[in-house]
Design a protein around this ligand. Structure first.
Ligand code: ATP
Ligand code: MG
Length: 567
């Protein structure tokens, strides 16, 4: 990799990793509190609408069909004020849950802000969810309002009878209001001023369900104070500046789409691009080119898909890009090297969870990247590797990735499930459920989810290490690795591989891939079994669901599939 300085295209907001703790504290002071109370939407949007950013574009939106819209900070403030007035008129109050079930359209973002202005709790759901996923979430949360559209409403209609607490449904495309249905467009007649409810930092603000990668999704609740951490990390990790055009490709059905597509990014006053459509390599490149995107925040699954599109990037002018970040799954070293080749820039991996509400461990523009490492804790966050009793382990040893509780965006509770919430804490640490190790320089390395780590012949093997080695083979596009029970070895490693275009399965290729891994990893870490597949089971947020591979392999029930992507 090139020298750090040479890869920088702008002076970082955080010039040096260590100096940042103090700066982070100062950044939090830039947010507006009223006698110890605050408001997320006020700090993310209204504050800018009252100042020099009033006419700055906050939201650049492009629809799936190619239509485009722009909203300035003052337009976003006014639109969300009108919707807040509509919600209050129909009886939404502080603490009520209001869920949004929409594609990535402007109404989603406006509604989210409006719900928080009322002091209600906003919940989001990915628009591809089917009736079971919708019912589980609306029922568990006891949602009182739902904001959706006519098409998606069809999926709710079948389960409507099972949702006694749901009182009103707001349709973004309804012609007029009637019965339990409220027309979103009636907000056009509402006043454009609204005083956002001043909230205690500990009041609930939004909730969302985890990805369901390892089991049944958990209803994670976040409070108003989350903005403090989301703002400072957007500033120092995503490095957002006033001149940026920022594109986060996540869906607000997942936490990244809330923390860094609504809250942290707008709190920085950054112009943010939202694309309604699905992944398509050429389309994505054309958007970077058209909108001159400078900062790009995406996920490893998307980077791997871009890699599969080969050199398509050469057809577009992508020279506006200056900073690339990735989250959600381990970022394979191959993906970083490819980013350097395609864009002349490395992807900066960062690690966090729905429960942490914001970035916890990260690579920063000013810090040397160790390829394959998630980076170092965000200044002010204390992270460690601890054993199962919560005792910190020395550098180099594998253990649980843990955090000292108390950072501002830490989840407040798990909805309806206090015992589950309490399970996260041991020996004064928040235990993440992920395994990793820390090196002597304080960099963290991801090994795997606690449930996914493979025990073979007395050795522990992280699936990430094997998967990363596998996708370095020229024939392999994607890899999912599991431990398969074995009488002799406890478990053996089994790999499910999707091949790149132009390659087809054969015993010869299988042997070649096994030999390739044997040369790269410790002798015991090669997959004794390989299955070639057309696709891997993934969550809607693009994570490989190894538990599904494993259950299928063993002929066991696959468990909660509400977040599984059709494939
Ligand atoms: P569930 O908790 O329902 O099983 P999930 O853990 O996938 O689902 P999220 O909160 O969306 O739900 O994802 C957080 C998890 O994603 C982390 O615990 C970790 O396993 C993985 N992850 C996120 N970022 C990274 C990263 N940079 N490197 C490795 N893994 C990551
Ligand atoms: Mg999780």
């Amino acid at each position: 990799m090139g020298k750090r300085q040479e890869l920088l295209r702008s002076e970082p907001n955080m010039p040096e990793y260590r100096s940042a703790a103090q700066a982070a504290g100062k950044a939090a002071d830039e947010l507006v509190f009223w006698n110890g109370r605050l408001s997320i939407p006020y700090n993310a949007v209204d504050r800018h609408a009252e100042g020099w950013r009033a006419n700055k574009v906050a939201l650049l939106w492009e629809g799936e069909s190619g239509s485009a819209l722009e909203f300035t900070f003052s337009e976003l403030r006014d639109a969300s004020n009108r919707v807040a007035n509509l919600l209050v008129k129909h009886g939404l109050g502080k603490g009520d849950r209001c869920f949004i079930f929409l594609p990535r359209v402007p109404e989603l973002f406006i509604s989210f802000l409006a719900i928080l202005k009322v002091g209600a709790v906003a919940g989001t759901m990915f628009s591809a969810f089917g009736p079971d996923a919708i019912r589980d979430r609306l029922k568990d949360s006891g949602a009182k309002f739902l904001i959706t559209n006519t098409e998606l409403m069809q999926r709710v209609s079948n389960i409507r009878g099972e949702l006694p607490e749901l009182k009103s449904i707001i349709l973004t495309d309804a012609g007029s209001s009637g019965g339990e249905t409220i027309a979103f467009r009636d907000s056009g007649q509402m006043p454009s001023s609204f005083q956002p409810e001043p909230m205690s930092p500990d009041d609930f603000a939004f909730m969302l369900y985890t990805s369901g990668t390892t089991g049944k999704p958990k209803g994670v609740v976040h409070c108003q104070n989350a903005i403090v951490h989301e703002y400072i990390t957007a500033k120092y990790v995503l490095d957002l500046k006033d001149e940026d055009v920022y594109w986060c490709t996540a869906d607000p059905g997942w936490v990244t789409g809330i923390a860094y597509e609504i809250i942290g990014n707008w709190a920085c006053g950054a112009t943010s691009l939202i694309y309604e459509g699905r992944f398509d390599a050429e389309k994505w490149y054309s958007l970077v080119d058209k909108y001159k995107v400078t900062v790009w925040y995406t996920a490893p699954t998307a980077v791997r898909m871009l890699m599969q599109a080969g050199e398509a990037y050469k057809k577009y002018d992508l020279s506006s890009l200056r900073h690339l970040c990735s989250v959600g799954e381990p970022l394979n070293p191959e993906a970083i090297r490819w980013g350097l080749k395609a864009f002349g820039l490395p992807f900066h991996d960062n690690w966090w969870q729905t429960e942490t509400g914001g970035i916890m461990i990260s690579n920063y523009p000013s810090m040397d990247i160790k390829v394959g490492s998630m980076g170092r804790p965000f200044p002010g966050v204390t992270a460690a590797i601890v054993d199962d009793a919560g005792k910190p382990l020395p550098a180099g040893q594998e253990g649980n990735i843990a955090l000292k509780p108390g950072w501002p965006s830490m989840m407040k509770t798990i909805w309806n499930n206090l015992p589950k919430y309490n399970e996260y804490f041991k020996g004064g640490w928040y235990i993440s459920g992920d395994r990793g190790r820390m090196d002597n320089d304080g960099y963290f390395w991801f090994i795997g989810r606690a449930d996914d780590v493979i025990k073979t012949g007395g050795e522990r093997v992280g699936p990430f290490e094997v998967e990363s080695a596998l996708i370095e083979h020229p024939a392999v596009a994607e890899a999912g690795v599991i431990g398969k029970p074995d009488q002799l070895r406890g478990e053996i490693i089994k790999a499910f591989l999707k091949l790149r275009p132009g390659f087809s399965p054969s015993p010869k290729l299988e042997t070649e891939i096994k030999d390739y891994i044997k040369k790269r990893l410790a002798g015991h870490a090669y997959p004794r079994e390989i299955a070639f597949v057309d696709s891997l089971p993934k969550t809607r947020s693009g994570k490989i669901m190894r538990r599904v591979l494993k259950a299928r392999e063993m002929g066991l029930p696959v468990g909660d599939l509400s977040t599984l992507e059709e494939y």
